[in-house]
Ligand binder design. Sequence first.
Ligand SMILES: [Zn+2]
Length: 461
Amino acid sequence: MPMLKETIEKNRQKYLDTWFEALRIPSVSAEAEHKPDMRRMAEWLADLLDGELGFAVHVIETQTNPLVFGQSPEIPGAPTVMIYGHYDVQPVDPIDQWRTPPFEPTVAEGKVFCRGADDDKGQSLTHVFAVKSLLETYGSLPLNVKFIFEGEEEVGSGALSAFLESEENRNLLAADVILVSDTDKPGADEPGITYGLRGVVGYELTLTGPNRDLHSGLYGGSVQNPVIALCSMLSEVIDSDGKIRIPGFYDDVVPLSERERAELARRPFDEAEALAAVGLDASFGEPEYTVIERRGARPSFDINGITGGYQGEGGKTIIPAKASAKFTFRLVPNQQPEPLTRALEAFFRDRLPAGIKMDLVFQHGAGGMVIPLESPFLQAAARGLSSVYGKAPLFIRDGGSIPIITQMKESLGADLILAGAGLEEDRIHSPNEYFTLRDFFLGIESAAAILTELARVKTGE
Ligand SMILES: [Zn+2]
């Protein structure tokens, strides 16, 4: 698309200036003192979508930070894409580790250093400027475009999650496909599409024995020890090959297809190097799956913390009154938290020794998601990226969880494309966050190419 590239080139300074304006607004969602900045940022975005793109824009009030919604003039029969981004950023602490002021964009070594440079103001704006460049080059858009920006992705997405509960709101956001740039690409010249995310569910299990810590000489060998009971119950959850032993746990797992396994195997991955980077010399898990598959496409169980008894200086000869553990499962489609909670409660009840009481508390949970590789939208996005990078993107199943993204996909019944423009080394959430100028402009070009290809998908209307 040479004409489009020219438009992007021509607007280079303007796009930079606009991006920098956004970066100068310290929209830190976690800190109450920045409350006015959240509103300022939302209004700034609304003005941009209205002024630059001519979209119909609403700043939607919520219990917390506003949502910003914008919509292009309707083209009947054309597919509709909903582009998601977030305008809030992480706090800047530790401030003394920043080499430049965190809210003053500073260009050095081809990078723009600033909080939010990548996550997610830089990445979100690549889409706005892609739309702007398409409009300026061709006079109109080839498909229907909606934008939704939230101001609390970094603190749990409460407002957007609640917004999606209403049918009227879901109709407003309705789309054939959701497009998101809030993840990484595999390499500077290596495009990628994340087509799967794991879900997560977290619990705390507390076991209570005697009504106080007991003398282990007077009572040892005659009453249950809650710490031992906890260790024994938890050790039964998983075997030495990483298989989870809760009955029915794998019933809803959608197996990996041969095609997916082939796609995942394309990703360059040096297991020894990856392990060495975290100080390990051996991996763990289901032997019939590769490490990449175990991380992104298989469920897992981890104990996050365990507490009980005396851990102070020296020793203390007691039978503790209480022991507890926090643990999580990463889930894959179509596993859901609710049936697991029921199965887990029964599993522990069956193993609970006499003399011990248990309390299992569900803390949080969300299912995972996966888009079939055959999805026409996924394939269209891949063609778009190929046209910019000169090579096909890698298809990635990410081991992490983005509950709001999964909820959006589920509640809108739309396909989802996660095409990150940034790199893992961009230090998002850390001091000296940056986005390279090259990735920023490649991101604009990629987003425009993806939108152009998405517009060609027949939606059957
Ligand atoms: Zn983000």
